[in-house]
Design a protein. Structure first.
Length: 287
């Protein structure tokens, strides 16, 4: 059964570890992530961007697939199905489709409008038993057409949004989606500490988990981060393993072209990446 992410993140914040949000793109992604979470007895959040939702033919398909997989695969660890960087309309679609958690990304609106829209969605999400994440201070880089400049959030604005009763908060601290450029200055721990001081118990979310060095991840968790989003890193490991299979000519040996064989190395690579992240985030054995 799907659960909201509220309890798992409260427990993570209190226990000084973080739960990974791994974005899904298709059946192989979803299956690999669920298998790894179950094997490691870790809670997990499946992230779905609006682009990935569209690719999978819509949020209803995604919710039905995830619900059915949890049942058929006998998954017993807590799993949340979460809309990633949702628009206002996208949030309503996911609530209707059966997601257990949503993110409303109003970071590109003026703060007053972000507050008003978030306030409304908090009421609706909570009435339906879903958890809700909000964002202040755009995350840098580009993800599925959503482009951000990578600002550091204003701690007072973070408090204004946190006070609306959201369940967890994404605040920009110099993090970027996708690969980090060579001249990246690193996370702003000053900003993170100031946000944590203003928002207290609120679990904080670190987007752009791909490529952040392990020591920075550990420090961010120490300073109140309880959810870390990873997307690109699974895509890179999937692509590298698939390329290797084809370059070695394995698709031309016997029935190596069978999609179940062709996609197997990529799926195994995703499992390995998810395992590494769960170990680093400290969520292993915390289900
Ligand atoms: P990466 O693609 O950089 O891992 O970021 C993922 C993310 O933050 C999803 O919202």
């Amino acid at each position: 059964m799907l659960v909201s992410a509220t309890e798992m993140l409260k427990k993570a914040k209190a226990g000084h570890y973080a739960v990974g949000q791994f974005n899904i793109n298709n059946l192989e992604w979803t299956k690999s992530i669920l298998q790894t979470a179950q094997e490691l007895n870790s809670p997990v959040i499946l992230g779905v961007s609006e682009g990935a939702g569209k690719y999978m033919t819509g949020f209803k398909t995604v919710a039905a697939m995830v619900e059915a997989m949890i049942d058929e695969m006998g998954i017993t660890v807590p799993v949340a199905l979460h809309l990633d960087h949702g628009t206002y309309e996208g949030c309503y679609k996911c609530i209707k489709a059966g997601f257990s958690s949503i993110m409303f990304d109003g970071s590109h609106y003026p703060i007053e409008e972000n507050v008003e829209k978030t306030r409304e969605l908090v009421k609706v999400a909570h009435a339906m038993g879903l958890s809700i994440e909000a964002e202040v201070g755009a995350i840098g880089g580009e993800e599925d057409g959503v482009v951000g400049m990578g600002e550091c959030a204003d701690p007072d604005e973070c408090k204004a949004i946190a006070d609306l009763g959201i369940d967890f908060l994404a605040a920009g601290i110099g993090n970027i989606h996708g690969k980090y450029p060579a001249n990246w200055k690193g996370l702003s721990f000053e900003t993170l500490a100031a946000i944590q001081e203003k928002t207290g118990e609120m679990p904080l979310v670190l987007h752009g988990g791909t490529g952040i060095p392990a020591d920075m991840i550990r420090k961010a968790i120490d300073l109140g981060v309880a959810k870390i989003n990873v997307n690109t890193e699974c895509q890179l490991s999937f692509a590298a393993a698939t390329r290797k299979y084809i370059e070695e000519g394995k698709d031309e040996q016997g029935k190596g072209y069978d999609p179940r064989k062709l996609l197997a190395p990529g799926a195994a690579a995703i499992k390995e990446t998810v395992k590494e992240k769960m170990e680093l985030f400290g969520s292993v054995g915390k289900a």
